[in-house]
Write a protein that binds this ligand. Sequence first.
Ligand SMILES: C[S@@+](CC[C@H](N)C(=O)[O-])C[C@H]1O[C@@H](n2cnc3c(N)ncnc32)[C@H](O)[C@@H]1O
Length: 280
Amino acid sequence: MSDAEAKIDLRDKNVPWYDPKLKKLGPSGRELLENYSKIPPAEVEDHVYKMRDEAWDVFPYPCIGEFRFLDLAISLSPDYPAVLQRLKSGNENFLDLGCCFGQELRKVAHDGAVQENLYGSDLRAEFFEMGYRLFLDRDTLKSKFIEADIFDADSALAELDGKTDIVYAGSFLHLFDYEGQIEVCKRLVKLLREKKDSMILGRQVGNIDAGEYVQATNEGGIMYKHNGESFRKMWDRVGEETGTKWRVDYDFAQFEWLSKEERDKAEPGIGMLRFSVFRE
Ligand SMILES: C[S@@+](CC[C@H](N)C(=O)[O-])C[C@H]1O[C@@H](n2cnc3c(N)ncnc32)[C@H](O)[C@@H]1O
Protein backbone atom coordinates (compact mmCIF):
# COMPACT_ATOMS: atom_id res chain seq x y z
CA MET A 1 0.00 0.00 0.00
CA SER A 2 1.40 3.42 -0.96
CA ASP A 3 1.71 6.25 1.55
CA ALA A 4 -1.23 8.10 -0.09
CA GLU A 5 -3.41 4.95 -0.04
CA ALA A 6 -2.65 4.43 3.66
CA LYS A 7 -3.69 8.04 4.39
CA ILE A 8 -6.93 7.54 2.44
CA ASP A 9 -7.65 4.39 4.43
CA LEU A 10 -7.13 6.28 7.68
CA ARG A 11 -9.13 9.32 6.48
CA ASP A 12 -5.99 11.31 7.30
CA LYS A 13 -6.57 15.06 6.92
CA ASN A 14 -2.90 15.74 6.34
CA VAL A 15 -3.23 15.44 2.54
CA PRO A 16 -3.09 18.22 -0.09
CA TRP A 17 -6.78 17.80 -1.00
CA TYR A 18 -8.11 18.54 2.52
CA ASP A 19 -8.49 22.31 2.94
CA PRO A 20 -8.61 23.18 6.66
CA LYS A 21 -10.26 26.50 5.82
CA LEU A 22 -13.09 27.27 3.47
CA LYS A 23 -11.52 29.82 1.10
CA LYS A 24 -14.79 31.01 -0.28
CA LEU A 25 -18.29 29.59 -0.17
CA GLY A 26 -19.57 30.15 -3.71
CA PRO A 27 -22.69 32.32 -4.00
CA SER A 28 -24.82 29.49 -5.45
CA GLY A 29 -23.95 27.13 -2.57
CA ARG A 30 -24.70 29.82 0.01
CA GLU A 31 -27.93 30.76 -1.76
CA LEU A 32 -29.10 27.15 -1.66
CA LEU A 33 -28.27 26.72 2.05
CA GLU A 34 -29.90 30.01 3.02
CA ASN A 35 -32.99 29.98 0.80
CA TYR A 36 -33.69 26.29 0.14
CA SER A 37 -32.53 24.90 3.50
CA LYS A 38 -33.40 28.07 5.44
CA ILE A 39 -30.15 28.06 7.44
CA PRO A 40 -29.49 31.46 9.06
CA PRO A 41 -26.61 33.16 7.19
CA ALA A 42 -24.36 33.32 10.28
CA GLU A 43 -24.69 29.55 10.83
CA VAL A 44 -24.02 28.40 7.26
CA GLU A 45 -20.24 28.04 7.48
CA ASP A 46 -20.21 26.07 10.76
CA HIS A 47 -22.81 23.75 9.30
CA VAL A 48 -20.72 23.25 6.15
CA TYR A 49 -17.55 22.43 8.14
CA LYS A 50 -19.40 19.89 10.26
CA MET A 51 -21.02 18.12 7.32
CA ARG A 52 -17.81 18.19 5.24
CA ASP A 53 -15.92 16.38 8.02
CA GLU A 54 -18.64 13.76 8.39
CA ALA A 55 -18.60 13.12 4.62
CA TRP A 56 -14.77 12.93 4.70
CA ASP A 57 -15.10 9.99 7.06
CA VAL A 58 -17.35 8.21 4.52
CA PHE A 59 -14.77 8.64 1.76
CA PRO A 60 -12.08 11.35 1.45
CA TYR A 61 -12.69 12.55 -2.12
CA PRO A 62 -10.95 15.78 -3.22
CA CYS A 63 -14.37 17.30 -4.04
CA ILE A 64 -15.23 16.87 -0.32
CA GLY A 65 -11.88 17.95 1.12
CA GLU A 66 -11.78 21.05 -1.08
CA PHE A 67 -15.48 21.92 -0.41
CA ARG A 68 -16.20 21.65 -4.14
CA PHE A 69 -19.53 19.95 -3.34
CA LEU A 70 -20.86 23.46 -2.73
CA ASP A 71 -19.37 24.94 -5.87
CA LEU A 72 -22.55 24.16 -7.79
CA ALA A 73 -21.90 23.47 -11.43
CA ILE A 74 -25.06 22.38 -13.23
CA SER A 75 -26.45 25.90 -13.50
CA LEU A 76 -23.22 27.09 -15.17
CA SER A 77 -23.91 24.93 -18.21
CA PRO A 78 -25.09 26.90 -21.26
CA ASP A 79 -27.76 24.19 -21.57
CA TYR A 80 -29.13 24.74 -18.05
CA PRO A 81 -32.06 26.99 -19.02
CA ALA A 82 -33.29 24.37 -21.50
CA VAL A 83 -32.67 21.53 -19.02
CA LEU A 84 -34.66 23.35 -16.35
CA GLN A 85 -37.49 24.05 -18.75
CA ARG A 86 -37.66 20.33 -19.54
CA LEU A 87 -37.63 19.41 -15.85
CA LYS A 88 -40.33 21.91 -14.99
CA SER A 89 -42.63 20.37 -17.62
CA GLY A 90 -43.18 17.30 -15.44
CA ASN A 91 -42.69 15.01 -18.44
CA GLU A 92 -39.00 14.21 -18.04
CA ASN A 93 -36.86 12.33 -15.52
CA PHE A 94 -33.49 13.46 -14.19
CA LEU A 95 -30.70 11.39 -12.63
CA ASP A 96 -27.85 12.90 -10.59
CA LEU A 97 -25.30 10.10 -11.01
CA GLY A 98 -22.68 9.71 -8.27
CA CYS A 99 -24.68 12.40 -6.50
CA CYS A 100 -22.78 12.33 -3.16
CA PHE A 101 -24.70 14.95 -1.06
CA GLY A 102 -27.12 15.44 -3.98
CA GLN A 103 -26.39 19.16 -4.16
CA GLU A 104 -27.09 19.48 -7.88
CA LEU A 105 -30.39 17.64 -7.49
CA ARG A 106 -31.32 20.16 -4.75
CA LYS A 107 -30.33 23.02 -7.05
CA VAL A 108 -32.73 21.89 -9.82
CA ALA A 109 -35.43 21.19 -7.21
CA HIS A 110 -34.95 24.69 -5.76
CA ASP A 111 -35.14 26.17 -9.28
CA GLY A 112 -38.56 24.63 -9.84
CA ALA A 113 -38.06 21.13 -11.33
CA VAL A 114 -40.76 18.59 -10.48
CA GLN A 115 -39.21 16.83 -7.48
CA GLU A 116 -40.90 13.46 -7.99
CA ASN A 117 -39.04 13.13 -11.33
CA LEU A 118 -35.59 13.68 -9.81
CA TYR A 119 -33.38 10.73 -8.82
CA GLY A 120 -30.00 10.64 -7.15
CA SER A 121 -27.78 7.58 -7.21
CA ASP A 122 -24.54 6.67 -5.47
CA LEU A 123 -22.45 3.68 -4.49
CA ARG A 124 -22.52 4.83 -0.87
CA ALA A 125 -25.96 5.32 0.67
CA GLU A 126 -24.36 7.10 3.67
CA PHE A 127 -24.08 10.14 1.38
CA PHE A 128 -27.91 10.27 0.99
CA GLU A 129 -28.20 10.63 4.77
CA MET A 130 -25.50 13.35 4.71
CA GLY A 131 -27.49 15.13 1.99
CA TYR A 132 -30.66 15.22 4.11
CA ARG A 133 -28.62 16.57 7.02
CA LEU A 134 -26.74 19.12 4.91
CA PHE A 135 -29.88 20.47 3.25
CA LEU A 136 -32.37 19.84 6.10
CA ASP A 137 -35.01 18.48 3.72
CA ARG A 138 -35.64 14.91 4.86
CA ASP A 139 -39.35 15.63 5.38
CA THR A 140 -39.87 17.85 2.35
CA LEU A 141 -37.85 16.55 -0.61
CA LYS A 142 -39.96 14.26 -2.78
CA SER A 143 -37.10 12.87 -4.88
CA LYS A 144 -35.75 9.33 -4.67
CA PHE A 145 -32.22 8.13 -3.94
CA ILE A 146 -31.00 4.80 -5.28
CA GLU A 147 -27.98 2.96 -3.89
CA ALA A 148 -26.20 1.36 -6.84
CA ASP A 149 -22.81 0.54 -8.28
CA ILE A 150 -22.87 1.88 -11.83
CA PHE A 151 -20.93 -1.21 -12.98
CA ASP A 152 -23.60 -3.57 -11.67
CA ALA A 153 -26.10 -4.15 -14.49
CA ASP A 154 -28.56 -5.76 -12.06
CA SER A 155 -28.57 -2.96 -9.50
CA ALA A 156 -31.66 -1.06 -8.36
CA LEU A 157 -30.81 1.58 -10.98
CA ALA A 158 -32.32 -0.79 -13.58
CA GLU A 159 -35.72 0.70 -12.66
CA LEU A 160 -34.65 3.78 -14.65
CA ASP A 161 -33.45 1.89 -17.73
CA GLY A 162 -34.85 3.54 -20.86
CA LYS A 163 -36.78 6.03 -18.70
CA THR A 164 -34.18 8.70 -18.01
CA ASP A 165 -34.18 11.90 -20.06
CA ILE A 166 -31.34 13.86 -18.48
CA VAL A 167 -28.31 12.61 -16.54
CA TYR A 168 -26.00 14.89 -14.59
CA ALA A 169 -22.53 13.35 -14.15
CA GLY A 170 -20.41 15.74 -12.06
CA SER A 171 -16.85 14.70 -11.19
CA PHE A 172 -17.91 11.14 -11.95
CA LEU A 173 -16.45 9.69 -15.15
CA HIS A 174 -12.99 10.87 -14.09
CA LEU A 175 -13.09 8.37 -11.23
CA PHE A 176 -12.20 5.69 -13.77
CA ASP A 177 -9.60 4.79 -16.37
CA TYR A 178 -10.45 4.95 -20.08
CA GLU A 179 -12.07 1.53 -20.37
CA GLY A 180 -13.98 2.16 -17.14
CA GLN A 181 -15.36 5.39 -18.58
CA ILE A 182 -16.42 3.56 -21.75
CA GLU A 183 -18.27 1.01 -19.62
CA VAL A 184 -20.06 3.75 -17.64
CA CYS A 185 -21.04 5.58 -20.84
CA LYS A 186 -22.52 2.37 -22.26
CA ARG A 187 -24.53 1.97 -19.05
CA LEU A 188 -25.75 5.55 -19.51
CA VAL A 189 -26.88 4.76 -23.06
CA LYS A 190 -29.07 2.02 -21.56
CA LEU A 191 -30.46 4.32 -18.86
CA LEU A 192 -31.36 7.07 -21.30
CA ARG A 193 -34.65 7.17 -23.14
CA GLU A 194 -34.40 6.16 -26.81
CA LYS A 195 -35.36 9.60 -27.99
CA LYS A 196 -33.57 12.49 -29.69
CA ASP A 197 -32.06 14.93 -27.20
CA SER A 198 -32.00 12.65 -24.20
CA MET A 199 -28.75 13.89 -22.72
CA ILE A 200 -25.87 13.76 -20.25
CA LEU A 201 -24.31 16.91 -18.92
CA GLY A 202 -21.52 17.36 -16.45
CA ARG A 203 -18.00 18.34 -15.68
CA GLN A 204 -14.83 16.57 -14.72
CA VAL A 205 -11.13 17.07 -14.29
CA GLY A 206 -9.28 16.95 -17.61
CA ASN A 207 -5.97 17.81 -19.16
CA ILE A 208 -5.03 19.46 -22.45
CA ASP A 209 -2.74 16.46 -22.83
CA ALA A 210 -5.37 13.67 -22.64
CA GLY A 211 -4.28 10.40 -21.07
CA GLU A 212 -4.11 8.23 -17.97
CA TYR A 213 -2.74 9.90 -14.84
CA VAL A 214 -2.01 8.47 -11.40
CA GLN A 215 -4.73 9.43 -8.89
CA ALA A 216 -4.61 7.81 -5.46
CA THR A 217 -8.27 8.57 -4.62
CA ASN A 218 -9.50 6.67 -7.70
CA GLU A 219 -10.34 3.02 -7.50
CA GLY A 220 -7.52 1.37 -9.47
CA GLY A 221 -5.30 4.43 -8.89
CA ILE A 222 -5.75 5.78 -12.44
CA MET A 223 -7.72 8.76 -13.75
CA TYR A 224 -8.16 9.20 -17.50
CA LYS A 225 -8.12 12.97 -18.04
CA HIS A 226 -9.79 14.03 -21.25
CA ASN A 227 -9.49 17.05 -23.44
CA GLY A 228 -12.54 17.91 -25.55
CA GLU A 229 -11.43 15.92 -28.58
CA SER A 230 -10.62 12.73 -26.66
CA PHE A 231 -14.01 12.99 -24.93
CA ARG A 232 -15.73 13.31 -28.30
CA LYS A 233 -13.79 10.30 -29.63
CA MET A 234 -14.82 8.27 -26.60
CA TRP A 235 -18.48 9.00 -27.40
CA ASP A 236 -17.91 8.04 -31.06
CA ARG A 237 -16.70 4.66 -29.84
CA VAL A 238 -19.61 4.33 -27.38
CA GLY A 239 -21.96 5.11 -30.28
CA GLU A 240 -20.34 2.53 -32.57
CA GLU A 241 -20.46 -0.17 -29.90
CA THR A 242 -24.09 0.51 -28.95
CA GLY A 243 -25.54 1.35 -32.39
CA THR A 244 -26.40 4.90 -31.27
CA LYS A 245 -25.28 8.44 -32.25
CA TRP A 246 -24.23 11.25 -29.91
CA ARG A 247 -23.34 14.92 -30.36
CA VAL A 248 -20.81 16.30 -27.88
CA ASP A 249 -20.55 19.99 -26.96
CA TYR A 250 -17.77 20.97 -24.56
CA ASP A 251 -15.55 23.65 -23.16
CA PHE A 252 -12.28 23.30 -21.31
CA ALA A 253 -11.07 25.86 -18.78
CA GLN A 254 -8.40 26.25 -16.14
CA PHE A 255 -9.58 25.79 -12.54
CA GLU A 256 -11.13 29.15 -11.81
CA TRP A 257 -11.01 28.66 -8.03
CA LEU A 258 -7.19 28.48 -7.87
CA SER A 259 -5.09 31.50 -7.01
CA LYS A 260 -2.32 32.49 -9.42
CA GLU A 261 0.23 30.93 -7.04
CA GLU A 262 -1.69 27.63 -6.88
CA ARG A 263 -2.13 27.65 -10.64
CA ASP A 264 1.64 27.98 -11.14
CA LYS A 265 2.18 24.92 -8.92
CA ALA A 266 -0.60 22.83 -10.51
CA GLU A 267 -0.09 19.95 -12.95
CA PRO A 268 0.65 21.44 -16.40
CA GLY A 269 -2.39 21.41 -18.68
CA ILE A 270 -4.89 20.47 -15.96
CA GLY A 271 -8.36 21.97 -16.16
CA MET A 272 -12.09 21.34 -16.08
CA LEU A 273 -13.93 19.79 -18.98
CA ARG A 274 -17.62 20.76 -19.11
CA PHE A 275 -19.78 18.78 -21.49
CA SER A 276 -23.24 18.12 -22.86
CA VAL A 277 -23.83 14.95 -24.83
CA PHE A 278 -27.05 14.72 -26.85
CA ARG A 279 -28.65 11.66 -28.43
CA GLU A 280 -29.17 12.18 -32.15
C1 LIG B 1 -16.09 12.85 -6.66
S1 LIG B 1 -17.70 12.53 -6.06
C2 LIG B 1 -18.69 13.61 -7.06
C3 LIG B 1 -19.92 14.08 -6.38
C4 LIG B 1 -20.85 15.00 -7.14
N1 LIG B 1 -21.42 14.37 -8.30
C5 LIG B 1 -20.19 16.32 -7.51
O1 LIG B 1 -20.33 16.75 -8.66
O2 LIG B 1 -19.57 16.94 -6.63
C6 LIG B 1 -17.99 10.96 -6.81
C7 LIG B 1 -19.20 10.21 -6.27
O3 LIG B 1 -19.36 9.02 -7.05
C8 LIG B 1 -19.65 7.94 -6.18
N2 LIG B 1 -19.17 6.69 -6.81
C9 LIG B 1 -17.91 6.22 -6.88
N3 LIG B 1 -17.86 5.05 -7.54
C10 LIG B 1 -19.14 4.76 -7.90
C11 LIG B 1 -19.75 3.66 -8.58
N4 LIG B 1 -19.03 2.64 -9.02
N5 LIG B 1 -21.09 3.69 -8.77
C12 LIG B 1 -21.84 4.74 -8.31
N6 LIG B 1 -21.31 5.80 -7.64
C13 LIG B 1 -19.98 5.80 -7.43
C14 LIG B 1 -18.93 8.26 -4.89
O4 LIG B 1 -19.46 7.59 -3.77
C15 LIG B 1 -19.06 9.80 -4.83
O5 LIG B 1 -20.18 10.20 -4.11
